[in-house]
Write a protein that binds this ligand. Structure first.
Ligand SMILES: Nc1nc2c(ncn2[C@@H]2O[C@H](COP(=O)(O)OP(=O)(O)OP(=O)(O)O)[C@@H](O)[C@H]2O)c(=O)[nH]1
Ligand SMILES: [Mg+2]
Length: 405
């Protein structure tokens, strides 16, 4: 069976490669959370992969959709010119405006007319696969009544006939339980977008709560996300702690991994903290590096709070650093969090191998130990952070991200 990737980080893994043909996936958002960027990101991915797209806009003007997509740093203009994306305007008539689009419905309150127009658009889409985005089911229910969602069965038949797949936006306002259940039954997959409030921070996350093909719907697996403009949907990890012995290379790691970073250092040693922002592999992550010297230990607990994972730096040439990092994990109250050991200075003579480090620290096999080395030894300056090899830094990040979500 073919799969159609969405390029939304982590989601394709849950869907086992992506969307399936002739299916309906609902982006099921709770009030206050935007689901459209998820659809835009999937739309861009499908267009770039050669699919055609039909965007049924019922809750805003097609020009507003286009502007929003631009806002995230993407452009559908070339695809529009090449007839790879078609808007089906089901909005203008709701506000008594004249549609500017080639395809529109005269009575947006009549789902049958939407079905007929959709069928017409398919005369122009060509033989390949088409992604249909419906924006939105909530607007349809509000304006066309509860029974309008029965029309989804018709649309699925059309999808089968025309080789198409649907992404449907839905916001769960106060609807009757019966409608919600019906939607759950008709759809093939559901991605819930939820939020939790923590003091002032509002954290948003998605959960794949249904998938009727060979994907994963593990209960309780929620992926925190944030919408970046430009950039789109990013898995968002607000805090990863980078800790380890004095001089082990924490500042070097934070600087090498980050797109932007600052350190509070004095003569080459960190006295307060390192902070870096990482934008990598669809993840948006903030790294917090601790100082290494023991005289700063009182602030470790403060820095450790609310971390979602830890990168524990050890200096491969210094056995003392293996003992010290364990103490630091305890002091920062990070024991039990997902952790990856970065074995730094692997380029230097006398560096211990990961196996030796594992044995000396008596670490279980599930904790990864990854060697990191300075990119260019001639550029390593005493007392200054070194630039570490990018692929090794990425290996550390990948290993930790895999443990967190
Ligand atoms: N040869 C080599 N030197 C490195 C490597 N990584 C870091 N260094 C050097 O090791 C020293 C310490 O690195 P930092 O990144 O400042 O270490 P730190 O853990 O932040 O140190 P504190 O903040 O003082 O605890 C610097 O002089 C770096 O240039 C490496 O992979 N190889
Ligand atoms: Mg430092």
């Amino acid at each position: 069976m073919k799969t159609y990737a969405t390029s939304i980080p982590r989601l394709d893994e849950f869907l086992n490669g992506g969307l399936r043909p002739y299916t309906i996936t609902i982006l099921w958002a709770y009030p206050g959370i935007e689901n459209a960027p998820f659809a835009y990101q999937a739309l861009m991915e499908r267009l770039e992969s050669g699919d055609t797209c039909i965007y049924i806009n019922q809750s805003k003007m097609s020009s507003a959709v286009e502007n929003e997509i631009e806002h995230y740093g993407w452009s559908i203009k070339p695809y529009k010119e090449n007839e790879k994306i078609f808007f089906l305007d089901a909005y203008s008539s709701l506000i008594n405006a004249k549609s500017e689009e080639r395809f529109s419905v005269k009575n947006s309150r009549d789902p049958k007319e939407i079905t007929k127009t959709l069928d017409n658009v398919f005369d122009f889409t060509g033989p390949g696969h088409t992604l249909v985005i419906y924006d939105s089911l909530s607007t349809m229910i509000d304006h066309c009544g509860d029974n309008s969602i029965d029309e989804l069965r018709e649309w699925k038949e059309i999808f089968k006939e025309k080789n198409a797949t649907g992404i449907f936006l839905f916001t769960e306002w106060q609807y009757d339980k019966k409608i919600l259940n019906k939607l759950r039954l008709i759809s093939d997959a559901i991605v819930q977008l939820k939020a939790i409030e923590e003091k002032v921070i509002l954290r948003e996350f998605f959960i794949v709560s249904k998938v009727n093909w060979d994907g994963k719907t593990k209960k309780g697996i929620s992926v925190p996300f944030k919408i970046a403009a430009p950039g789109g949907v990013k898995v968002y990890i607000p805090k990863i702690l980078v800790t380890g012995a004095y001089n082990s290379g924490k500042s070097s790691f934070v600087h090498s991994a980050s797109t932007r970073a600052v350190s509070v250092d004095r003569v080459g040693t960190t006295i307060a903290l390192d902070h870096g922002h990482v934008d990598y592999a669809g993840f948006s992550v903030d790294l917090f590096g601790t100082p290494g010297q023991e005289r700063f230990d009182p602030i470790l607990e403060l820095l450790g709070g609310e971390s979602l994972g830890v990168i524990a730096m050890v200096d491969s040439t210094n056995p003392q650093s293996l003992i010290r990092v364990k103490t630091m994990l305890e002091k920062s109250k990070s024991v039990g969090l997902p952790v990856v050991i970065a074995a730094n200075k692997a380029d230097l003579e006398g560096a211990m191998s990961p196996d030796e480090i594992r044995e000396k620290m008596s670490l279980p096999a599930e904790i990864p130990i990854i060697q990191v080395t300075a990119e260019d030894l001639s550029k390593v300056k005493e007392g200054e952070p070194a630039k570490l090899k990018e692929e090794q830094v990425h290996e550390v990040l990948d290993a930790l991200f895999n443990k967190i979500v």
